[in-house]
Design a protein around this ligand. Structure first.
Ligand code: AMO
Length: 431
């Protein structure tokens, strides 16, 4: 086989009436083959769609023997078609099977035979031949482009912080630890929290799209042990302003999907979500509303899953919960000046689901040391971080947005695993 044998001239979607009479080469896989005696109708699919190919003569036998899903390259002339689904077709002069698919295949990537999610994830590469699954990942990629454009246009620069770290970024819980060159203990970063805060010192506004690692012993449709987050941190901004940025970002991603990715939304089975103004409810408002619903809570209690579900039904769609009790927030969150039991913090919710959290940070090293001790953390193990606060740390705010959860919402999926190529959870470490 020469190199030219694997070159395509067109994608399936490009084969249209304007090409009638022209010779083209299409590369893809066999989706269907209908043998009607002297000829066969093959449906060849590639990443853009499918086309019909008429196979006759010398090519017929090898085409008929090739198992479905085998990779092929087909050369032929484009002609008018009488088929119901195609206005043109390819009359093959060459039908080369490049790699045979070995049957039985673990799943049917055409989606005609449904498989349970675990079976599909075990065969993820093949699952991605299903147009519904492909659509999700096209949307995911389009969303990241909007994230980069939106944050870039507001003066944020994209950074990459280490994922192998020497001490916890978010406190001790849920930390994956391992031995580092048989010398010392290292951990996988739970978030870029400490680095992104330090970076405001020199770079002012930063964002990172990267993995979080959490030894999260949760078996739910929304928890993974490795997931992607969009994080920002900005000097000289307070928490309301970074909330505005988050609100604008989420709105823009949804708008991009609605305006320029209608076909993928439809293929993924998602409804268009339009985001207008996102309400900002205080934690205290939330517990009052919950009390009226019979969900009794004391100030300082965390919102349980059932409380969040109830709130979600009272406020369907996106909403912020702001001004959480300080005791519920991590050590780096700033208190409210006018009421120090409250904090300058927020979570972005979609119904019951938490999508993001953030807030204003402490920038005084003395306050940080005090808060670490109050939360039972050892300030000494944060010395590397704390020293940066003696170098003229600006006041700063930021947030972390669970990108997988946002995609789950915007692509209409019920399980976060659907929007992650190779999910990691308590049970799954392969493929
Ligand atoms: P937090 O711990 O709330 O905040 O995480 C930020 C967001 O990440 C998502 N998330 C998860 N997604 C999938 N699986 C999980 N196990 C999981 N855990 C969390 C959620 C959540 O809102 N440093 C702060 C952010 C900040 O203040 O800037 C942080 O880590 O959508």
């Amino acid at each position: 086989m020469s190199l030219n044998d694997i070159k395509r001239t067109h994608y399936a979607r490009q084969i249209d009436r304007s090409l009638i009479g022209q010779q083209v080469r299409v590369g893809g896989w066999i989706e269907d083959m209908r043998d009607i005696g002297k000829l066969a109708f093959a449906t060849i699919r590639d990443v853009t769609g499918k086309c019909q190919v008429i196979v006759t003569g010398n090519n017929l036998q090898s085409a008929l023997q090739a198992p479905r899903q085998s990779a092929v390259i087909v050369r032929g002339v484009v002609q008018e078609s009488k088929a119901r689904d195609f206005s043109v077709e390819l009359k093959a002069s060459e039908f080369i099977v490049l790699t045979e698919a070995v049957h039985p295949l673990p799943i049917d990537p055409t989606g005609r035979v449904e498989s349970a999610i675990d079976k599909r994830l075990d065969a993820r590469a093949l699952d991605l031949r299903n147009p519904r699954i492909q659509a999700i990942f096209h949307l995911r990629s389009a969303g990241l482009k909007v994230v980069r454009e939106t944050l870039g246009s507001q003066g944020f620069i994209e950074v990459n912080t280490p994922k192998i770290i020497g001490s916890a970024s978010e406190g001790g819980a849920n930390l994956f630890g391992f031995e580092y060159f048989a010398k010392r203990k290292a951990y996988l970063a739970q978030s870029p929290q400490l680095y992104k805060e330090q970076l405001t010192l020199g770079l002012d506004r930063v964002f990172e799209i990267g993995p979080y690692f959490r030894a999260e012993n949760s078996h739910t449709v929304r928890h993974l042990s490795e997931f992607t987050s969009v994080d920002i941190e900005a000097g000289f901004l307070d928490y309301e302003e970074v909330m505005d940025i988050l609100e604008q970002l989420v709105r823009r991603v949804a708008l991009e999907f609605n305006e320029n990715h209608k076909a993928e939304l439809k293929e993924a089975g998602a409804k268009e979500i339009s985001i207008t103004k996102i309400d900002r409810l205080t934690y205290e408002q939330c517990i009052d509303e919950l009390a009226k619903e019979g969900e009794k809570m004391e100030f300082g209690d965390d919102l349980s899953d059932s409380a969040l579900r109830r709130l979600g039904s009272l406020h369907p769609g996106f909403y912020f919960i702001i001004d959480w009790p300080l005791n519920l927030k991590p050590f780096y969150i700033h208190e409210k000046e006018e009421n120090t039991k409250l904090s300058k913090s927020f979570d972005l919710q979609y119904n019951y689901l938490e999508l993001a959290s953030g807030g204003r940070r402490l920038h005084s090293p003395a306050m940080l040391r005090k808060r670490l001790a109050e939360q039972g953390l050892n300030p000494d193990s944060f010395e590397e971080h704390l020293k940066a606060f003696d170098w003229g740390m600006p006041p700063h705010s930021g947030w972390g947005l669970g990108y997988d959860r946002l995609m789950m919402v915007l692509t209409g999926q019920q399980n976060v695993r659907e929007v992650v190529l190779y999910p990691r959870d308590t049970e799954r470490l392969t493929p």
